[in-house]
Design a protein around this ligand. Structure first.
Ligand code: SIN
Length: 279
């Protein structure tokens, strides 16, 4: 089936038009939408009208929704559905307002099996600011010199809940939340997306602790070099939210970051989709 699509940037993002996410897709449409998503790493649907339950049902078509680790961010009685809100507070720590996700990251990489996808559904969107940026870790890998790609492929790294190199503090967690995801997961530095066969650089500015088998200084310098590569503007797409937008991203191929440069209310529903162990 031919979808009506528009590419959103050179390396990341596709908008699929004229689909209604409130109803289940037929098999052919789902196959085409799923392929558009994994081929472009970020899928955008605009002007959608869904109840929270319909959003969960939409998400389920891409895989099994997983429970958000930070329990206070789950929608009551619906642990598969979480939210991001301008009212978010570090409730187990300082109690202060926080804007989550403001540096390049891929979701839950401190888990042994991180989610393959995350999706947001925009409800209250500020007039200005609050964009979400995405950058292609696959295009950044492709752009490395051959010799460096060969050197990095096969290396492994440790992802902590809060890396000692993190540019921002993570929220505090309860003992139960820590027990569920203790962190220090070991992952390949270069991972292959099983849906596309494409390789990408699997790092996270807030979680990557160190690259194994390298002295600390060299490991830190290499991580910084990879962050600089991935953060290049040419690999990015910046999503300017409108109410009714659904944005689904592939955590195996892109990094993303939020922007706290807004005033007023911002509220989005959030679902993460189960993945498999990075390879
Ligand atoms: C996130 O999931 O990192 C937050 C994205 C956003 O709020 O723009």
């Amino acid at each position: 089936m031919a979808l009506e699509t528009e590419k959103l940037s050179e390396h990341v993002g596709v908008q699929v038009k004229r689909v209604d996410a409130s109803q289940p897709f037929d098999k052919e449409t789902l196959t085409a939408v799923y392929k558009a998503w994994v081929d472009h790493s970020v899928l955008v649907l605009r002007e959608q009208e869904l109840t929270p339950q319909q959003f969960v049902d939409f998400g389920r078509q891409f895989g099994k929704p997983i429970e958000q680790n930070l329990k206070h961010l789950n929608v009551e009685d619906c642990p598969e559905l979480a939210f991001i809100s301008s009212e978010d507070r570090d409730i187990h720590g300082t109690g202060k307002r926080i804007v989550r996700g403001t540096s390049w990251h891929t979701d839950h990489s401190y888990a042994e099996v991180p989610p393959k996808g995350t999706m947001l559904f925009g409800i209250d969107i500020p007039e200005k600011g609050g964009d979400t940026q995405f950058t292609s870790a696959a295009a950044a890998f492709d752009a490395l010199p051959d010799a460096q790609r060969a050197r990095l492929d096969g290396m492994r790294s440790i992802h902590a809940f809060e890396s000692s190199r993190s540019p921002r503090p993570m929220v505090k967690r309860t003992p139960e939340e820590i027990a569920a995801y203790p962190g220090d997961a070991e992952h390949p530095l270069i991972r292959t997306n099983p849906d596309t066969g494409r390789k990408s650089i699997y790092v996270n500015t807030v979680r990557s602790e160190r690259i194994l088998d390298l002295p600390d200084e060299e490991s830190g310098a290499l991580l910084d070099e990879l962050y600089a590569k991935i953060g290049q503007e040419e690999f990015q797409y910046r999503h300017k939210w409108q109410p009714g937008d659904i944005v689904l991203w592939d955590n195996r191929s892109v990094l993303h970051k939020a922007n706290g440069d807004y005033e007023g209310k911002r509220f989005l529903y959030r679902i993460m989709i189960e993945g498999d162990k990075p390879i």
